[in-house]
Design a protein around this ligand. Structure first.
Ligand SMILES: C[S@@+](CC[C@H](N)C(=O)[O-])C[C@H]1O[C@@H](n2cnc3c(N)ncnc32)[C@H](O)[C@@H]1O
Length: 256
């Protein structure tokens, strides 16, 4: 019997493609735009541009100290945790914005995602012009995905300046294997607390916050009480993220 398709294609208002998941009965992005949401609610909210500039400065200083350093690739990577990778928009836009500041910047992304099926759908996206290069890297991940069974553990894309490692498991398990105080920024993007409550518990939020470095931002799109309480109780200072088309911006947490 043919497998039931649980992904319904949705074209969003900025022209980027997303899906609705029929099992969760929820869209992967809001109608305003998958690309727009990734850019504003996650990448800009987490101050990725400022991070890239500060890493660039560090690299220049390093080069001035050590004239023998061959290139900026001897520098530290920017480290990002992408919780609920899905179609990879948040990681993709982060890479794009970092390389606009410094094309030599190394980037390490760890992503958590339980559904290999949605990663396979990256191949079906129509992508805005400025996002094409990064999209090619994400499709490389997606091309690996069909060869893997649900239950495989890791999907990896690796090149000189970029490593993306996707842990294919329930994020509640994979988060436990990550280092503490490690990431410069965290994109926290599960389905809503109503349809995916297991990823909005205090325990999971605490585990995620533990992986972030002091001062790192953790972006969400949700302004629900459970999100506010979860991040406040996990030791974060709370801000309001960009509103875009909503009445309230989501919780933007900063680890203190
Ligand atoms: C709102 S979507 C993420 C959208 C994504 N950031 C993007 O750019 O396309 C939520 C994602 O959470 C994933 N998910 C649901 N339950 C999960 C779990 N227990 N562990 C890991 N991922 C889960 C879904 O498969 C889905 O891809």
């Amino acid at each position: 019997m043919a497998e039931e398709n649980i992904y319904l294609t949705e074209k969003t208002q900025d022209g980027s493609i997303s899906f609705k998941n029929l099992e969760f009965n929820e869209s992967y992005h809001s109608i305003i735009g998958a690309y727009t949401e990734a850019l504003h609610k996650h990448v800009l909210a987490c101050k990725i541009v400022e991070l890239a500039k500060s890493y660039d400065k560090k690299t220049i200083n390093l080069r001035n100290i050590d004239n023998n350093a061959e290139s900026s690739n001897s520098s530290e990577p920017i480290k990002i945790l992408d919780v609920c990778f899905g179609l990879g928009y948040n990681s993709g836009v982060a890479i794009e914005k970092i390389w606009e500041i410094n094309p030599e910047q190394r980037i390490e992304i760890i992503a958590l995602e339980s559904d290999i099926g949605i990663i396979q759908r990256i191949l079906e996206l129509e992508i805005p012009e400025n996002y094409q290069d990064v999209h090619k890297k994400l499709t490389s991940l997606s091309k690996l995905a069909p060869k893997m069974e649900q239950g495989s553990e890791i999907l990896k894309y690796e090149e000189e300046k970029l490593v993306i490692t996707v842990f294919l498991d329930d994020a509640r398990n994979s988060v436990k294997s990550l280092a503490n105080n490690y990431f410069d920024a965290v994109f926290f993007d599960p389905f809503s607390p109503k349809s995916c409550p297991v990823l909005w518990t205090e325990e999971f939020i605490q585990d995620v916050v533990n992986t972030a470095n002091t001062g790192a931002y953790i972006s969400t799109y949700s302004s629900a009480r459970i999100a506010k309480d979860g991040f406040a109780n996990a030791g974060c200072e709370l801000f309001e993220g960009p509103k875009l088309n909503r009445r309230n911006g989501g919780v933007l947490a900063k680890k203190i």
